[in-house]
Design a protein around this ligand. Sequence first.
Ligand SMILES: C[S@@+](CC[C@H](N)C(=O)[O-])C[C@H]1O[C@@H](n2cnc3c(N)ncnc32)[C@H](O)[C@@H]1O
Length: 193
Amino acid sequence: MQEMSPTVPGFTNPKVLGLLYSVVVQFQPKTCVEIGSFMGRSASVISLALAALGGGRRLICVDLFDTKVDQNFVQLPLIREIMKYAESSKGQYCDLTRISTIGDCFDLTTERFPHMLENVTKIQCDSASDWNSGRDTFDFSYIDGDHTYEAVKRDALSVMRYANAGHCMVFDDYSTQFPGVVRFVEELKSHQA
Ligand SMILES: C[S@@+](CC[C@H](N)C(=O)[O-])C[C@H]1O[C@@H](n2cnc3c(N)ncnc32)[C@H](O)[C@@H]1O
């Protein structure tokens, strides 16, 4: 598995991004949804895989997108850390004359990667509400929003309502750091057993 690290700030690590790319290329989904897109790091990789496959594939990105990006935000140690991923584009993500929300950062990522302009739709929405007003159905999903058990369960079940047969669902952060993700994934596995 090849690690991938697009020059986009964010949380999905290069190993998981490499995995996501391979799974999408192998699975060949027509329609995908990502819950929790932040500045578009994982979305840029899913989108790249869809572009490589060709044939009018689509990715819907759902996030609150309204988190304020200001001087305090960009100085937070965690944000400074993830900004390093942007390399020479870091200045663009921290340009507060242009950027005021996470959604603005996502738009910047979309503009930087032409394949995203082709196949990504941004939905600014709480995933607890009706994020799928177009009633799309999905072949693939990446669940990376709020990591509490209740929210992971809610997000996964809401995607399942619109899942096509053979749907592939990927969860980020299945680790002891995020017990809510582990608890839900284990529950899901025991139901499928
Ligand atoms: C871990 S980050 C996503 C990281 C992203 N996938 C990446 O590769 O950088 C989690 C995201 O979930 C979003 N989020 C949290 N609660 C949400 C909710 N109720 N509805 C929609 N998005 C939510 C946050 O705004 C944040 O951008």
